[in-house]
Design a protein around this ligand. Structure first.
Ligand code: GUN
Length: 290
């Protein structure tokens, strides 16, 4: 599954919708990104997000803060961005330094500008099957499934990893009866984690296997049912090379479909951030969301 090509296609659609939104008399949508410290991976991610905004006609502003900033200073910036009518989406890049209470920062972001969908209000709305924003990486995964005509209904979906960013929300999305504009759903979902017994056996039952654990080449061919759809969310550095959570060469011999790393889920995560920023702009300009 070529995430790069699909991201390009979806970004061209978003570019047109942004142009239509502006042509209807609305201000250009704008994303505010906050980068604290100088973690090299975070810098790359934020730069990619800014470039993607530019490609589709979304304005972006980057707030770079020193790694020794204190909690209250960051909180003050988030509150300022909440009040700024020109800002439609706020993204605080994670992880944050230890002296900052990450959850308190995420809880402070205006839920109507929460383009990561990390605020408890947005997590709750998704859980109830009436999402405002869909979290970016899980949304990217369901776009991959939908646009490759993967039918999830009644199928066994196994998620490895229970993070708030990927594991929990993708499990929630795949089990939903229906979500607006999304086909994937109605799966029988199992979430595996570090305490799971016979993890390989559970994974082998999966028609759809989602690996989101952050361990290089963790998923081997023996863990995959022949013909299964395998989505690799991992981004790990191994001997200076980017690799996923799935042993790509071995698993590609068994899987029916498989996402590569890089060029799989990653480009779609960025793309869904653009979708959410446009959605934020529509919400704040009281334009009907379709
Ligand atoms: N760090 C790693 N992934 C993400 C993400 O999706 N959003 C934010 N804000 N930070 C991240």
């Amino acid at each position: 599954m070529d995430g790069k090509a699909l991201a390009k296609l979806i970004q061209s659609e978003i570019k047109q919708r942004v142009a239509d939104h502006v042509a209807a008399g609305n201000p250009q949508p704008k994303l505010a990104a906050v980068l604290v410290g100088d973690d090299p991976a975070s810098k790359v991610y934020v730069r990619n997000k800014e470039r993607a905004c530019e490609r589709v006609g979304i304005a972006s502003e980057l707030h770079r803060l020193s790694g020794d900033i204190d909690h209250d200073q960051l909180l003050a910036l988030v509150n300022e961005l909440n009040r700024d009518d020109d800002v439609n989406g706020i993204l605080v890049q994670l992880p944050l330094p230890d002296q900052i209470d990450e959850q308190a920062i995420l809880d402070t972001i205006d839920p109507l500008k929460d383009v990561d969908a990390f605020h408890p209000e947005n997590v709750g709305l998704l859980s109830q099957g009436r999402p405002r924003f869909l979290p970016c990486t899980p949304h990217g995964i369901v776009q991959l499934l939908d646009r490759h005509d993967v039918d999830c209904s009644g199928k066994s979906a196994v998620v490895i990893g229970r993070s708030d960013i990927v594991g929990k929300p993708i499990a929630s999305m795949l089990m939903q009866k229906s979500l607006p504009n999304i086909k994937a759903g109605n799966a029988t979902v199992t979430v595996c984690h570090s305490r799971t017994q016979d993890l390989a056996g559970v994974c082998r039952q999966a028609d759809i296997l989602i690996a989101a654990i952050g361990r290089a080449n963790f998923v081997t061919a023996e863990m995959v049912k022949p013909g299964a759809v395998v989505i690799d969310v991992g981004i790990n550095r191994l001997d200076g090379k980017l690799v996923g959570d799935v042993d790509f060469d071995a698993v590609s011999q068994v899987a029916g479909m498989l996402t590569p790393v890089p060029g799989g889920v990653g480009p779609l995560t960025v793309t869904m951030l653009l979708e959410n920023t446009l959605m934020g702009a529509k919400i704040q300009n009281r334009v009907a969301v379709s």
